[in-house]
Structures are given as structure tokens and as C-alpha cells.
Design a protein. Structure first.
Length: 136
């Protein structure tokens, strides 16, 4: 802005400072999420099993068809919760396996699909090449 405009509008110049903001991600958010999900699912399965026992007791006493329908629905819900728990465990295992594989040196990973892999040279040259790869 020009100085005349500042005087006319009676503006006070502002000092501008910028502050650097750093984002620090959690070390293992996937691990924390898995633990929370696992705790919740185990709690659901535990409470659901206790509730199922109560419903079965009431069904036996009343012999009302609605209670037996509730038992069937509740069993389906418990089966779904157990499947979700297994899926969460499989997902965590695959995450752990991917993390472990990422930490391995390139020589230890090995190729899954290698076609026509050929080394032409002496065994000492091969040993030297492997030593260089491992040191990287």
C-alpha cells in the first residue's frame, strides 16, 4: 500500500511473522488401531455370549417363539463379530509381515518372480557383489 492510503485510512502497519508447524505422526497408528478394534470386538463377543445365555434361559422358561427368533438373530450377530475379529487379526498379521519385509536388506528379500536370472563371472566376483549389496 502506498503511504498516503495508510495515512488516510489510519492504518497501522502489521508485523508479519511466520511460524513453522511440524506434524509428527504417531509411530504405529495401525498397531494402536488394531489393539483398540481387537479390544472392542472381544468385549462385544464376551457381552454377546452372556446375553445369549440369558436369552436362552428366558426362552426355556417362557417357550415363546419370539425368544427363539432372538436366539437365532443373536447367534448370527455373534458369528459376524467373531469373523470381524479374525479379519482384523489377519489384517494385522499382513501389516506386520509387510513391515518385517520392508526392514530386510534387499538381498534377503528375494524375488518372487524371476525369469532368466543369470550371473556370468567367477565365484569371487559373485561373493564381492553380494558383499557390496549387503553393505548398502
Amino acid at each position: 500500500m502506498s503511504d498516503n492510503l495508510k495515512e488516510v485510512l489510519d492504518l497501522v502497519p502489521e508485523s508479519t511473522t511466520t511460524e513453522m508447524v511440524t506434524f509428527i505422526p504417531a509411530e504405529k497408528p495401525a498397531k494402536d488401531d488394531y489393539e483398540k478394534v481387537r479390544e472392542n470386538l472381544l468385549d462385544i463377543v464376551d457381552k454377546g455370549t452372556k446375553a445369549l445365555d440369558d436369552i436362552i434361559g428366558m426362552a426355556g422358561q417362557s417357550q415363546h417363539p419370539r425368544f427363539y427368533e432372538m436366539i437365532s438373530t443373536h447367534i448370527s450377530t455373534l458369528v459376524a463379530a467373531n469373523k470381524a475379529l479374525l479379519e482384523a487379526t489377519k489384517m494385522q498379521q499382513s501389516i506386520d509381515a509387510a513391515d518385517a519385509e520392508a526392514e530386510l536388506p534387499a538381498i534377503e528379500k528375494g524375488g518372487k518372480h524371476v525369469t532368466n536370472n543369470l550371473f556370468v563371472g567367477s565365484t569371487t566376483e559373485l561373493a564381492e557383489m553380494l558383499k557390496q549389496i549387503r553393505s548398502q
